[in-house]
Design a protein around this ligand. Structure first.
Ligand code: HEM
Length: 449
């Protein structure tokens, strides 16, 4: 195979092009691929980003030797999440950090979190009032935020509101303007988005420090280790026997919150939208959930085939992260017929890959059954990314989504309270449904045992 020198073709960066990529990536990606082919180069974020929307391109990136890549873009999110975040580690440090965090998101640990997810979901659902209209995204965020505060930070229920307020301030002060326009990362005499974000981070750090200190006091007093992820990370040891420092713990907790809270809530809101838009599908999902009886276990819920297919199809159409976090080359890389030089970024356009007609006939239609009739390779379907950086919380997110959905479907009669089109909207680093996704609780129901 011959290898071309230089970078693949791509659009010239103009403010309009940047705007399109930021706010309507689906159309922008489609236009770019049609015009320039695949792979292509996008320069809208500064450094050239070469990406592909094909399974072959995905395979080449996800199976490459991990040492091909350097810290992706240290300036992008480091000032926000902190230098210790697993998102910014590469090579051996990345491997050992994942080894420490990963076990707390799998197997038996998931079962322990299942009860909390269920309790949080049931309490939120019970607070909805019949005849009342609310934003699906706000409600799902409220649930997923409490799940993280309880299961990951291990905060007692009584302190949840205080943590919730601090976290919401931190998350909402994280404006897309700061993400994309780095010139705004300055303090304008205590004003501006950057100053607000810094204040929010200081407040959250203080609360996390208190949690870490109180956990230490409990362990030294009676040797008890909590069930939450913070306690387990405090007890975990790297291969050289060392423990995480307080700064590392804080950065990782905020990374888990940042990566896990909004992504799960957005996906849940989209599932509700598709279920409520298709009464026949809703009825099938409800029948599947009801068949588990009045006291379904979390284990039984997460294995339901149609519920799982509905979640998978939602994540296909709305992968939340439209282009995988770029990988920066630290050595030359043969990619799709090109010899790419160091310092170039490479990535996969998941949003477009998931809408390839050869893989997904009628790509814009919501067809959950496609996931019952066929399995997709990790290079064809990747809402959670892949390779050594695959999402740490993938099982956690799907576990939580299915339990929350089952609780909603079995105990409520909901309907869409809007006939306006719901579209993808930029929400800082990810995409989510526009705010007019409103739901109405028509009545409550119960399932006989
Ligand atoms: C539906 C919900 C979620 C979606 C769609 C999602 C998606 C993703 C994607 C696309 C990546 C990048 C993977 C790559 O670069 O190949 C990622 C990374 C990550 N996610 Fe998730 N995620 C979700 C929920 C969660 C949850 C619940 C957590 C933890 C509580 C979490 C923690 C992480 C972490 C720590 C990383 C960085 C992994 C690394 O760089 O090694 N995510 N996620």
């Amino acid at each position: 195979m011959t290898t071309a020198a230089g970078l693949p073709p791509g659009p010239v960066t103009t403010p309009l092009q940047m705007f399109r990529v930021m706010f309507d990536p689906d159309t922008a990606l489609l236009r770019m691929v049609r015009r320039y082919g695949d792979p292509l180069t996008d320069r809208s974020a500064g450094k050239p980003l070469v990406f592909s929307c094909t399974p072959e391109g995905a395979k080449q990136i996800l199976t490459a030797d991990p040492d091909t890549f350097a810290v992706p873009d240290p300036e992008f999110l480091t000032p926000i999440l902190g230098e210790h975040s697993v998102l910014f580690l590469v090579g051996e440090r990345h491997r050992s950090e994942r080894k420490l965090i990963n076990p707390h998101f799998h197997g038996d640990r998931m079962r322990a979190y299942g009860d909390t997810v269920r309790e949080v979901a049931e309490r939120h659902i019970a607070a909805w009032r019949v005849g009342e209209t609310w934003s699906a995204l706000d409600q799902m965020q409220s649930i997923s935020l409490e799940v993280i505060i309880r299961t990951i930070f291990g905060v007692e229920r009584a302190r949840v509101p205080e943590f919730r307020a601090a976290v919401i301030e931190w998350v909402t002060s994280f404006s897309p303007l700061i993400v994309f326009f780095r010139g705004l990362r300055r303090d304008f005499l205590g004003h501006g988005p950057w100053a607000r974000l810094q204040r929010a981070r200081v407040a959250i750090d203080r609360m996390l420090d208190e949690e870490i200190a109180s956990r230490r006091r409990v362990v030294s007093r009676d040797g008890t280790l909590g069930n939450d992820i913070l306690s387990r990370l405090m007890a975990a040891r790297y291969e050289d026997g060392s423990a995480m420092s307080d700064a590392q713990l804080r950065d990782e907790l905020l990374t888990l919150l940042f990566a896990g809270h909004e992504t799960t809530a957005i996906s849940l809101a989209w599932v509700l939208y598709y279920l409520l838009s298709d009464p026949a599908l809703y009825a099938r999902v409800r029948a599947e959930v009801d068949a588990l009886g009045s006291q379904p276990t979390a284990e039984a819920i997460v294995q339901l085939p149609l519920l799982s297919a509905v979640c998978n199809e939602t994540l296909r159409l709305h992968p939340v992260v439209p282009i995988l976090p770029p990988r920066r080359l630290q050595r030359p890389f043969h990619f799709m017929g090109y010899e790419l030089p160091p310092d170039v970024m490479v990535s996969i356009g998941t949003l477009r890959l998931h809408k390839r007609e050869d893989l997904y006939p009628k790509p814009y239609a919501f067809i959950a059954d496609r996931f019952l009739n066929r399995t997709y390779s990790p290079f064809e379907y990747m809402p959670f990314g892949g390779g050594v950086r695959r999402c740490i919380g993938a099982s956690f997110a799907l576990y939580e989504m299915k339990i929350v959905l089952a609780m909603i479907v079995r105990s409520t009669q909901l309907s869409l309270a809007t006939d306006k089109p719901v579209r993808d909207q930029r929400r800082n680093a990810v995409l989510g449904p526009s705010h007019n996704l409103k739901l109405l609780l028509s009545s409550r129901r119960s399932v006989a045992g």
